[in-house]
Write a protein that binds this ligand. Sequence first.
Ligand code: GLN
Length: 475
Amino acid sequence: MQLSSYEDLRSQIVSHAITCEEVVRFYLERIDTHGNDNIYITVFHEQALERARTLDRKLSEGGRLGKLFGMPMAIKDNISVKGSRLTCASKILEHYDSLYDATSVQRLEEEDAIFLGKTNMDEFAMGSSNENSAFGNVPNPFDKTRVPGGSSGGSAAAVANGLAMVALGSDTGGSVRQPAGFCDIVGLKPTYGRISRYGLVAFASSFDQIGVLARNCDDAALVLGVMAGKDDRDATSSSHAVSDYFSEMGKVCVEGLKIGVPKEYFPESLNPDVFRIVKGKLSELREQGAELVDITLPDSAYAIAAYYVLVTAEASSNLARFDGARYGYRSVKSEDLAAMYMNSRTEGFGPEVKRRIMLGTYVLSAGYYDTYYKKAQQVRRVFQERYREALEKVDVIAGPTSPFPPFGIGDKTGDPLEMYLADVFTVPASIVGMPAVSVPLGFDNLKLPVGMHLICNFFEEGKLLGIAKQMQRPV
Ligand code: GLN
């Protein structure tokens, strides 16, 4: 069965060469025989088959076929699908069922996508390796001793292993792009507010954005187009008109394209293979007529610090709702209300989540608010100005997705600051809210994937994907 593009799959379904039920059986079989990689937290065996049969009936009766008719998808387990488990890979929500559909999920369903299940992730989307999950590690599809990236590690591994055609992830500081880079697939984080966050469990609300993991830019554009647009249930969703992404992608031409190459994205500490592969691709584009423009983004060194102050502050407030009374896990051994709150949170949350709640509470506390939180907000504003200025001169900003290839399981768990550095190139686009994508370039000497990271101006997702398409290695 053709796994690489939705267009192929759709034409096979529409021409009655295969049925949706056969497609779903094929994927479920792959999921069930794949081995214990913890990629899915929940598999929708019955629901997916039932839905496939409904779609097959619709096709035979001549009903309207949605834009994603029969597309087999996976959903990160921090996005609500009504009636199914929503764990956020946390013990605290292990037995919690969603009461409603996320707007993104509802829109995908209206266009006839099929959901195969919910994927593993770092607990509450906090992490860069999928190691902070209460449901076990996910191995990298290219080397089982290494991580798939995070926090959307399950979604990336599902697509890369052919256990879903496309997957949804969430991206707060790189959680769609970094695992896409580690798993040799495309990972798109749209402009902040492009896709409704209604039904996405909040980590850091002013950063969170649902993103798409796919094998190619066309599939990512198609799924984005379905989910994008204003939603009355999310006040931060944008009313900016949704573009025709395919026509915008078609307009992109390498000849004359101005690619901004910030020197800060190629520091001396950069892994030499990553440097060679990314620079090599840029030179190739220059030979095809693109103009490489040296730019500088001098404050880049402050990105990680500002990001971790701001997101931990927001997380500490967002996660206050998990108190043992309203959602999920409740400790049974408590004698009074205060002890119940404390024990439920102590037993329910994992170590990284606790670390962030404590950090966030600290930076928001009266004596430190101005020194940390307010300062980081000011840095955020400076970043926004710098990136706006840079994108007045160039079409796109390019660099590596990650400073190193996928690292070994356990290599960075002992040193959280070292782990946080994995996001050094993806965090800036989240700080400013601009769209960004990771696109597969090829493999290093150890046969590990290397991705290119691209940033465009607000709401230029079509152009961004068009440029990415020119860079993607042939699949
Ligand atoms: N790895 C980053 C973090 O731990 C990004 C996470 C994300 O984008 N959800 O915060």
